[in-house]
Design a protein around this ligand. Structure first.
Ligand code: NAP
Length: 328
């Protein structure tokens, strides 16, 4: 198979397209011809040598999600057959054109979704679904604050929260991103360059605050997040793009009687990821099929242009996902 390999830790230029042996599928595995993968922020860290994948993955072969066509199945596989259109969350390896994956990790691609777009679904939609609905128990009619509203995770989270009738606040760094997020269901857009989001949230909720916060910025937002959170609110830290170390006033957390969650999908064991995947298939895939929600793809690059794709993500210009298409 062909793969975009990180030849040494460094900048976007370190990628090289190499020929690797095809993966070997075990009895419960499915061999997939990967059509596309999508970039995630974690890929940038992995490329720089700052984020290793779980056991069984290669540090020089990133890729946390994929869409593709089933090529063959192991002898104990019961749910899939050659030719099926599938997508999945991965521990790594999406930058390779083939992979072997446990059958319970696969999801069917809804018929109305192009295979290339499906590659952008698993990581951000599973992350946003798990963070808001499983961990923070966001309920219909509640309010939620979503940071980096134009990011892959943000655009997925907004659509999922809108599909449940939630009131959605969101932050982003440009008016254009906020306007596009508005079209996805964002009710109150806040440009963090111009406004203090905690003040806006308090003002627009008559001082009550939001029930749930999905945070990807981390340390610099901690205090403002607590100020924006309602009594008995729930907050989930999904990323730390702004930094991860801070001195905390625990009194403010206690005063809010708040719950704080931290989450990482990649490090979870297969059983946990498979359970989440199956729940997502039952509860969320129908929303794609009836077009209540959809994958938001900013740009598609051929795998041969993986370095350009990484450079593009580093500019923070993308709204939604950046996809890498394998040449079959
Ligand atoms: N825990 C998990 O399992 C999990 C899974 C998936 C993703 N994540 C995390 O979720 C986050 C988003 O990932 P993604 O792939 O969706 O990102 P993305 O599509 O690359 O979008 C990131 C956006 O965040 C904003 N941003 C970046 N640094 C910022 C900062 N310091 N302060 C404020 N805004 C900043 C920028 O938009 P603006 O123009 O608005 O500034 C940027 O375009 C990352 O931290 C990633 O690691 C975690």
């Amino acid at each position: 198979m062909q793969a975009a390999i990180v030849t040494e830790p460094g900048g976007p230029e370190v990628f090289e397209i190499q020929e690797l042996p095809d993966p070997v599928a075990g009895p419960e595995d499915v061999l997939v011809a990967v059509h596309a993968t999508a970039l995630n922020r974690a890929d940038l860290l992995q490329r720089m040598g700052r984020y290793s994948g779980p056991k069984g993955t290669r540090d020089d072969l990133p890729g946390l999600e994929m869409s593709g066509i089933v090529e063959s199945v192991g002898e104990r596989v019961s749910s899939w057959a050659p030719g099926d259109r599938v997508m999945a969350l991965l521990g790594g390896g999406g930058y390779g054109s083939k992979l072997a994956i446990h059958e319970r990790m696969l999801m069917p691609v809804p018929p109305n979704i192009e295979l290339v777009d499906a590659a952008s679904i698993p990581e951000v939609f599973l992350t946003a679904y798990d963070a808001m609905f499983v961990q923070c128990e966001l309920r219909m009619g509640e309010s939620v604050l979503i940071h980096a509203a134009g990011s892959g995770v943000g655009t997925a989270a907004i659509q999922l929260a809108a599909s449940q009738g939630c009131r959605i606040f969101g932050t982003a760094g440009s008016a254009e991103k906020l306007e596009r997020a508005g079209a996805l269901g964002l009710n109150v857009g806040i440009n963090y360059h111009d406004e203090d989001f905690a003040e806006v949230v308090r003002e627009r909720t008559d001082g009550a605050g939001v029930n749930v916060i999905l945070d990807v910025i981390g340390a610099p937002y901690w205090e403002q997040n607590l100020a924006a959170l309602a009594l008995r609110g729930r907050m989930v830290i999904v990323g730390t793009m702004g930094g991860s170390k801070l001195e905390v006033n625990l009194g403010a957390l206690m005063g809010k009687r708040a719950r704080v969650h931290g989450t990482l999908l990649r490090a979870r064991p297969l059983e946990e990821k498979a359970t989440l995947t199956q729940e997502f298939v039952a509860r969320v895939l129908p929303l794609f099929a009836n077009e209540s929600i959809s994958p938001i793809v900013d740009r598609v690059f051929p795998v041969s242009e993986v370095s350009e794709a990484h450079r593009y993500m580093e500019t923070n210009a993308n709204f939604g996902k950046i996809v890498l298409r394998h040449e079959q």
